[in-house]
Design a protein around this ligand. Structure first.
Ligand code: FES
Length: 160
């Protein structure tokens, strides 16, 4: 396999090689690749497959099975909304509908201006404060539609 001019292949190979002997190495490798690039680029799959001695289809199957992995670069801000039971029972259904309307996005989509990506998540470990969401690395609990609007306004106000 030839080296890539932008160093992508070397970076992925180095991540995959450093974790290859871990039990169930594929998942930690994919998480590390996503941490590094913000998503799992399609061209990473062949490199990972090569290091783990798997087929590209096997690696692709895992990437597409888990909601955690993105196949496209995310927007500037990633908003994840918990869809698990406790949050559902505490108003997440209404919250999700509101957020989708507000951002004009469905789950798995990124806004045309690359500002937001909306993703579902299944329990953030914050069930006592349902419904819960994350905006980038921050977790927020007891989020009502109104509170979401405030958080969004805050984000816009920070210009971030
Ligand atoms: S169910 Fe939503 S944080 Fe646990």
């Amino acid at each position: 396999m030839r080296n890539s001019p932008d160093g992508h292949e070397e970076a992925v190979r180095s991540i995959a090689s450093s974790l290859r002997y871990k039990p169930g190495a594929l998942l930690p490798i994919l998480h590390k690749v996503q941490e590094r690039f913000g998503y799992v680029p399609a061209r990473s799959l062949a490199v990972i497959a090569d290091v783990l001695n798997l087929s590209r289809a096997e690696v692709y199957g895992v990437v597409s099975f888990y909601h955690d992995f993105r196949s496209e670069p995310p927007g500037e801000h990633v908003i994840r909304v918990c869809r698990a039971e406790s949050c559902q029972a505490m108003g997440a259904v209404e919250l999700v509908a509101h957020i989708k309307r507000k951002l004009k996005l469905d789950f798995g989509q990124t806004s045309a201006n690359q500002r937001f990506t909306l993703e579902p998540v299944y329990c953030l470990g914050n069930c006592a404060c349902s419904p819960a969401i994350t905006i980038d690395q921050e977790i927020y609990g007891r989020v009502t539609p109104r509170r979401f609007d405030d958080l969004l306004a805050e984000l816009e106000g920070r210009g971030g």
